[in-house]
Design a protein around this ligand. Sequence first.
Ligand code: SAM
Length: 470
Amino acid sequence: MSPVKRGTLAELDIEKLADDGTGIGPVDGVPVHVEDAVPGDRVKAYIYDASSDRAEAKLDTLLAPSDLRVEPRCRYADDCGGCTWQHVDYEAQLAAKRRHVAEALGEPTSIDDVEVRPTLPSPKQFFYRNKMDFDFSTDRWLTRGEIDTGKEFDTDFALGLHAPGNFYKVLDLQECHLHSELSARLVNRTRDFVKEKGWRPWDIRNHEGFLRHLVLRTGEQTGDCMVNLVTCGAPEDRISAFADFLRGEFPEVTTYVHTNHTGKSQNPEGEEQVVFGPGVIYDEIGDYRFEISPSSFFQTNTLQAERLYEVARDFADLHPTDRLYDLYCGAGTISLFMSAHVDEVIGAELVEDAVANARTNVAMNGVDNCTFVSGDLKELFTDDFVDTHGQPDVLIVDPPRAGMHKDVVAQIADFAPERFVYVSCSPQTQARDLERLRNTYRIDAVQPVDMFPHTPHVENVVRLTAEGGC
Ligand SMILES: C[S@@+](CC[C@H](N)C(=O)[O-])C[C@H]1O[C@@H](n2cnc3c(N)ncnc32)[C@H](O)[C@@H]1O
């Protein structure tokens, strides 16, 4: 039985930040995870869940604030699911991310002799995202500040981001410090426009309504801007009315795509129609230019992506005679970034559209030493694949959050290229995969990279050398 009782108040000192964003402090030896708490805080917290080795709590009273607390820039910081750490000093965020990586990799992979490097800070701490997906909702979440004004609010319409952990309720955002000033204006004027027209948001519970998502993508280095309005149904008069509105008020918008999504899933996907402009935007990482379509994966922090790829390139220690495998290559960004430093790149990726983007990208950049193959790596990455494309000298992988399938890991262990760089957005699944390679590879270097300031997420790059290699 837990010495910490559910439904009680506890006083505690917060010692560190957890990788779920909470602040942790001990009560009778049990780590209590307190939402919105900061290391150095003395708090009174309401325990709403408890087991023998962990408890969850909400911050009730801030008895003594930590020196690491900072004033959030955004008025929604306390209520929005977008940023959880805006009230935490940036250096403390970076330190916590470094520790999370060390803790995740520590035991399973025995990185004993390798010190995790300090987290590479993002060049921008605000307005660093090149893409935001705003949701329309029939269920508006009112902030404490909004309730306190005593005003009447239209609670059956919202355009913004979800309240933390709440599937239904959406904050009606007037500002967001993650994307751009243009993005905030687009959100606010779109809200005015659709309300004036009487268009109704999609109701998640009853599966009816029209407006579903407003997805905004911008080219950090080019200034391009894509508006993708996702609705249920595609009435031509509404599509063209929205086009006229954008043309009239937003000359910055270089392309408008409409997506008709009639299914129940909340993903902003469906039948796309280019209404004006080229239907794609462009952005640049390093010396390379990339075409980005509405559904392409593209690193959301463009400036920091360049640094991430620089770390991967340095770790890969590339030679002009190398054959490089870039697995989980997306739209070929890593492949292109490395292409001038090697003889040949073979990229592999599940999503066919992304492979098509990758081929367009190499052609657009006049690069001719990259080959892309599409398919699920679990099936694709066989002995035949290696026979066809040749044994790689160096391997870079950048899998999704779930990490690599165990068959892919087993295949890597089998042919064990000497140099191996593992880029990951989840140190936990990365640790699991590296543990499976423990007898094949030794870890040489670990570099966390902050792609997402004010969130607990961390990108991590690990350099490995085949045991017996130099
Ligand atoms: C984190 S992204 C990395 C993309 C790219 N390296 C970049 O930096 O933009 C992971 C990629 O893995 C792809 N992917 C996911 N599961 C896959 C699978 N089973 N086989 C091949 N690719 C997969 C996704 O489509 C996505 O493009």
